[in-house]
Write a protein that binds this ligand. Sequence first.
Ligand SMILES: C[S@@+](CC[C@H](N)C(=O)[O-])C[C@H]1O[C@@H](n2cnc3c(N)ncnc32)[C@H](O)[C@@H]1O
Length: 277
Amino acid sequence: MSLSDTLRRAMREPQWARARLETVLCEALVRVNNAMVDLRRRAADEPSGFEPLDEITEHAWRRSDISDHLATLFLESLPVAPTLIVELGVRGGESTFALERVAAIYDAKLVSVDMGECARISPYAGWEFVQNDDIAFAGQFADWCSERGGSPAIDVLFIDTSHEFEHTAQEIAHWFPYLSKRARVFFHDTHIQRIFRRRDGSRGVGWDNQRGVMAAIEQYLGCSLDESRDFTTLRGEWIVRHYASCNGLTILERLPQPAPPGELETGAEVAVESASQ
Ligand SMILES: C[S@@+](CC[C@H](N)C(=O)[O-])C[C@H]1O[C@@H](n2cnc3c(N)ncnc32)[C@H](O)[C@@H]1O
């Protein structure tokens, strides 16, 4: 938009002008802050020697609205040993970069869903992109899986779409029934701020989503959570881990259920037998 067009619109729509001015100011503040952070030289993480993790760490060196969380997303998905990963919200593929590396290790299927066209984001052979509204697709998911000879049991579910309360509540209602017993769920943007902070002290410009994602998680778990700080807690059948930086990442990990009594007895018998041999 040319300067004269911008000025004309600002005269016609003062509210738009205020919002635009606020964004320009935020962006300027963020640029100054980040230049100062860079003056102090960012310390790079030492390579782990595990190639997929080092690729993610190198990729996350380029700051983004999720860069703090890519290694966590990878590392926290590994213990699940997933066979099916579902990603809701792809855009430029930052989260896909981490998830496709988890999938490759376990030869798992990675299904990514976005309303927008993202069909060329991942080179991973086990990747399938579905361009659709995620709530509409949830209704077709069981048939979609059975047409491909698979089961709809999701081991890793990553949610990063509209960030609005009603929609996130619907995502929980429509996608959680597909979670496997060992599933982990990752929500990004559980701590969105107008100016958000990364772990290295750099900042980025965000928006006010009225706590939409965290409020939907609170409604599901029936509790209040303070997304402004890191925490780990237990709520019902879920271990909840939260990282406050970089717009927030919240992980729900199913608490392992005790084996049914019959199975326990068998296990005890085996233990006693082998101890007495
Ligand atoms: C924040 S971006 C995702 C970023 C991505 N996870 C990453 O790490 O680069 C949100 C994406 O969600 C998609 N989206 C929003 N609402 C959606 C819906 N109802 N169904 C499917 N995708 C949706 C948007 O098209 C957008 O690409």
